[in-house]
Design a protein around this ligand. Structure first.
Ligand code: PAF
Length: 288
């Protein structure tokens, strides 16, 4: 069955109400389109988690800064709908900017707070307020039982989970591990902007995470040094940040920290901004 693209809020609510009336549960996979295997992994998990899967495709202007790639962001709706049909997704929610923001950018925003201004939020001011505002709108429109996000956007996942807890949103948040190319590159809609040389350089991000993971038994300094040495090995990689954070607070860990941590990397390769992360288990400190 071809996926039905529903462009209006009223139309989508009608379709979902009909499904709910016969007792079906609903999963939402929010996306900005340019779908790849990472999105398909979210959809596969969503199909296990609920009876009806809705995929939203909306390039959300609120989460792009003035100097960012809103206009260049890939828009591939007909190819996306083909992939969704092949994946057995009945409905795609494909609103226009006017449908989502009929009065222009919303005056009311969900604010992402302190963590929203760190790392990605430091480099992209207002980004997470824009993400949380649109996610909140999508949750209100679809009212899903479960909403799914990729672990590649680790900070986004942390902030969405916190918003859902803080605002008592009646939805379960699930995450799906990052999908990678066989050589380690994390899938991203922005990878298509990399030429062959840049794509090779981009492997420095996953390479740095691997180096970090294999140094985790020697503590945080060793982890950072190992990752840094891979990242500085290619002059096409312009590092934005390299941080190790506590997954419970998303604050940077201190020297004495032991246990599960998340290492975050953001870098520009050419004009393309890439992010990646991995969970590591910090053990000793250097010299111990
Ligand atoms: O991760 C994304 O693609 C976007 O940030 C999201 C969650 C769809 C909100 O626009």
């Amino acid at each position: 069955m071809p996926t039905i693209a529903v462009a209006t809020i009223v139309g989508l609510r009608t379709a979902i109400t009909a499904a709910r009336d016969v007792g079906r549960t609903v999963a939402l996979v929010p996306t900005m389109g340019a779908l790849h295997a990472g999105h398909l992994a979210l959809i596969e998990r969503a199909k296990e988690a609920a009876d009806l899967v809705v995929v939203s495709i909306f390039v959300n202007p609120l989460q792009f800064g003035a100097n960012e790639d809103l206009d260049l962001y890939p828009r591939t709706l007909s190819a996306d709908l083909e992939q969704l049909s092949a994946a057995g997704v009945p409905f795609a929610f494909t609103p226009s900017v006017d449908e989502m923001y009929p009065h222009g950018a919303t005056q009311t925003r969900v604010t992402a707070g302190q963590i929203g201004s760190l790392y990605e939020g430091r480099s992209r001011a207002g980004h997470f307020d824009g993400v949380l505002t649109v996610v909140s709108k999508l949750l209100n429109i679809v009212r899903p039982d479960v909403v799914l996000f990729g672990q590649k956007d680790a900070q986004q996942v942390f902030l969405v989970r916190r918003m859902v807890a803080d605002l008592d949103e009646p939805v379960r948040v699930e995450t799906v591990p990052t999908v990678r190319e066989p050589d380690g590159l994390a899938l991203s809609s922005r990878n298509r902007f990399l030429d062959a040389k840049q794509r090779r350089a981009a492997l420095g991000l996953s390479g740095a995470l691997e180096a970090a993971e294999s140094s985790a038994d020697r503590g945080i300094d060793a982890v950072l040094a190992a990752a840094q040495s891979v990242l500085s090995g290619d002059d096409q990689i312009e590092l934005d940040y390299l941080k190790v954070v506590d997954p419970a607070t998303f604050l940077p860990v201190d020297d004495g920290y032991r246990g599960k941590a998340v290492i975050l990397i953001a870098a520009r390769v050419g004009t393309t901004r890439l992010i990646d992360n991995a969970t590591i288990f910090l053990q000793g400190t250097q010299g111990h």
